[in-house]
Structure formats: C-alpha cells, structure tokens
Design a protein around this ligand. Structure first.
Ligand code: MG
Length: 381
C-alpha cells in the first residue's frame, strides 16, 4: 500500500454541508467549515478555556495544560492526520477547537459535582454542554442564539450522548445531531479523527504535566511499555540524555508513533473498503482507529495515568475542594437566583440556567464567587 494514499473522496465537503439551523448566505472568501472555526475562536467560551483546568487546577502552575492549550494540541494533531489522509482539515480544526467548550471549571471533578446537582433535572454532561454553548449560550448574533454552526461541526462536537438525551435532541431537531445515537451510526471521518487526536494529546501531555508537577516520576512512567519503548530508543541514541530533555524526547517519539499508527491503520481499513460512499462509512464501525496493538498499549498508558496521576492523593485533595465549591454554588444560586448574572437569574428554566452559569465559569471565577458568597476560601487564588 503506498504510504501517500489519501481519501479525499471520503472527506467532508463544505459545499455539500447539511447546513446551518438558521440559513445564512455564503461568505465570499471562506468556506462553511472555515467560517465555523473562526466563529469558535471568536467566542467567549473559547477564551474562557485558558482559565479552565485540564488535570491540574489553573492556579497550581502557569506551565500546565489548560483546556485551551489542550484544544490547540488536539487541533494540531488532528490537522496533521487529516492532511495525511486527505480529510478536511478545516472541519477537524473547528471540531477540535470546540470539543471542550462545555467543560465546567475544575475538570472532571467539576462535571461530576454538577451532574449530581442536576440529578433530578436531566443531569449534566460536558459533550452535550459543548453543543449547548454553540447552539444556545453564545450571544453574538442579532437574529439567533448561539454560533449557528454547520451540522458537521455540531455533529463532531457531540462526541457521546445517552439515549435519553438523544431522544430529547431528536424531538427538538428531527434527523439532527441526536439521530446517530438512536441509529448507532458513526459521525464523519473528521469527527472520528478528533476523538482519537484528543486521546493522543492528553495521554502525552498528561505524562509531561504529571512529571513536571512531581506527582509521577520519569522512572515510574518508564514502567509503561508504550512509553518505555521510546524512552529506551531515545537513550540508545542519546546515552547522556536525562531529565526534562529525555522526557520530551521520549514523549515526542511516542506521539509521532501514535500519529503514524492511526494513519497506517485507518489507511488499511479504508483501502479494504475500496469504493465505499461517505454514507457507507457512516454505517460502518469506527474507521479512524489505532492498530489493535497500539490500542492495547494506549489503554495501558491510560490506566497508568488514572491510577498514578488522576487518582493521586494530591490531585484528589483539590478534587474534593473543587466539588464542594460547585455543590455549594449550586445550592446558593438555587436559594438566591438573583446572585447570578443577568441573563441567568431571569431565566425561567432553572435549575438548567444555574448549571449553564456554573459550567461557564473559569476555575478562578468559581473559586472567587464561592468565597464571595460563603466567606470561605477553599482553593488558593
Ligand atoms: Mg479533550
């Protein structure tokens, strides 16, 4: 199989987009996906990502990844893979930059706490919230709520969705972005690619941030076979290398190997599907994948990070405080909606408006707001 084989015929075509919820005239110089990417970059929710936690709380250090730098890394990896496969880079970039817009402050800890608070009101799920941000919550246009993105971008943003939520979406928008979760079909190749680019990005940068924070050591990560392969390779080539440069060199090699693996495995699958249509690809199992061997190794790495970093006692301690902040804010706003900003306090659909308000907060705004309302400082500024 030639290693420059591309599949442009299966790429999403902006000229064939299923369109926007509110029809608009075409832009003179940008296609529909480029326009979506630009709308996302200019959104308020995108700017807030810089102050939202990925793993480490935003105030714990200036060099750790935030949701913003994570999203940029996903976009960069996604574009590289898309280019190699001939898929649509603009759509990949738009989806990647928007994929985490719905994240609460304080990472998964914040999301879990908010989900509990919303248990009797439909729950809280960050993928659905990312869609809500671009569909409803951004206020930038005179004639409609949200950013009015194309179907293909919205479809990519909604990475997971429960059946119950898909039914709600389907009732609101028949045949729309909820449909595939009811029919068990796949999204575009570009959306599939973003899911994997997300995983490749966080596995790599969480090793980097984890070692930088001192919570895990290079020697510990070297017990993970996937990392160790590139760690040993780097040492063979540069026997004197140590510390940070050794870490970076090992991560860089691992990252490249994962990218090349996705490209090769996906190429093989698509070649075997010779001549299939875009629709047939959507009805097939997921096409953009790691090879079976790399999938296994990636899972091992994730399990290592889960045990040793995400569940590290020091991370868990801030997790507990962060969840208290979210829970107490939710309870306080439920009692006194007028403590929320205009636009949220006046909305009739509480408690959803409280969830939207809290989910939109940056880490530091949530911590300060909690301190303002309770007089307690649970998280360092
Ligand atoms: Mg992500």
């Amino acid at each position: 199989m030639p290693d420059n084989l591309t599949f442009a015929g299966l790429a999403a075509d902006p000229a064939l987009s299923r369109g926007r919820r509110y029809p608009e005239t075409d832009a003179p110089t940008r296609n529909a996906f480029q326009r979506d990417r630009d709308r996302i970059v200019h959104s308020t929710a995108f700017r807030r990502l810089v102050y939202k936690t990925q793993v480490f709380l935003n105030h714990e250090g200036d060099l750790f990844r935030t949701r913003l730098t994570h999203s940029l890394e996903v976009a960069q990896l996604g574009r590289s893979i898309a280019r190699a496969l001939g898929l649509n880079e603009d759509l990949v970039e738009a989806i990647a930059l928007a994929h985490d817009l719905g994240h609460t402050p304080f990472g998964h800890a914040g999301q879990d706490a908010l989900h509990d608070c919303m248990a009797e009101a439909g729950g809280f799920e960050h993928n659905l919230q990312s869609l809500r941000v671009v569909d409803e919550l951004e206020e930038r246009y005179p004639a409609f709520n949200g950013l009015n993105l194309c179907f293909e971008t919205r479809e990519g943003i909604l990475k997971h969705c429960s059946r119950a939520n898909a039914e709600v979406l389907e009732a609101r928008e028949p045949g729309g972005v909820g449909r595939r979760f009811l029919e068990h079909t796949q999204p575009s190749l570009e959306a599939q690619l973003c899911n994997l680019a997300d995983e490749i990005a966080y596995n790599a940068h969480d090793i980097d941030d984890g070692v930088r924070s001192g919570l895990i050591t290079l020697e510990q990560v070297a017990q993970v076979p996937l990392f160790d392969r590139f760690f040993q390779e780097a040492l063979r080539e540069y026997p004197e290398l140590k510390g940070r440069r050794l870490l970076y060199e090992s991560i860089r090699r691992m990252l490249s190997a994962q990218v090349y693996d996705v490209i090769a495995a996906t190429r093989e699958t698509l070649c075997a599907m010779q001549g299939v249509s875009v629709d047939a690809v959507r009805r097939s199992p997921v096409v953009v994948t790691f090879s079976a061997a790399m999938r296994r190794q990636s899972i091992e790495l994730k399990q290592f990070l889960f045990r040793n970093l995400y569940r590290h006692p020091q991370v868990m301690a801030t997790t507990g405080a962060a969840q208290t902040v979210v829970r107490e804010l939710f309870a306080l706003y439920s009692l006194s909606p007028d403590q929320m900003q205009a636009g949220f306090r006046d909305r009739a659909d509480q408690p959803r408006s409280i969830a939207d308000y809290i989910a939109g907060m940056t880490d530091r705004f949530a911590a300060r707001e909690h301190e303002r309302l309770t007089g307690q400082r649970l998280l360092a500024p």
